[in-house]
Write a protein that binds this ligand. Structure first.
Ligand SMILES: [Zn+2]
Length: 130
């Protein structure tokens, strides 16, 4: 289960709304300890994909800044979020191919879905906001 703080979910939704027809992307910072992985903050990143309406590539500088922030705050890089402006909550073939093991990938449409890759297999993960 992936638990998002209300603040993190608001940040993800706001960013996704601002970029509109392009895919929004960013990092999820939180706490991996215990059975419930909790996201306490989301940090937006610029999308450097050649066609940002159909994929995402996180800006490495934005990635590094958020990663350092997490380290200083004692948080883990739990995973990533990105939006699907077409409304599909299903990970694309590129999403699955590019996923790092044991990182959560939150896909934002009107709602949220997430998947996790473990041992080469992707599975959907329940998402709750609290
Ligand atoms: Zn995707």
């Amino acid at each position: 289960m992936l638990v998002l703080s209300g603040e993190a979910w608001d940040a993800v939704r706001t960013h996704s709304g601002v970029v509109g027809a392009s895919e929004a992307c960013g990092l999820l910072l939180g706490d991996r300890a215990g059975p419930r992985v909790r996201v306490v903050a989301a940090r937006p990143a610029r999308n450097l994909a050649p066609d940002p309406a159909r994929g995402y590539v996180l800006d490495p500088g934005d990635w590094l800044a958020a990663y350092r922030e997490a380290e200083l705050a004692g948080l883990d890089l739990v995973g990533y979020y990105h939006s699907h402006p077409d409304g599909s909550g299903i990970p694309s073939a590129e999403d699955l191919a590019g996923a790092w093991p044991d990182h959560y990938y939150l896909i934002v449409t009107g709602s949220a879905s997430a998947f996790l890759v473990q041992e080469g297999k992707a599975r959907l993960v329940p998402v709750v906001v609290e």
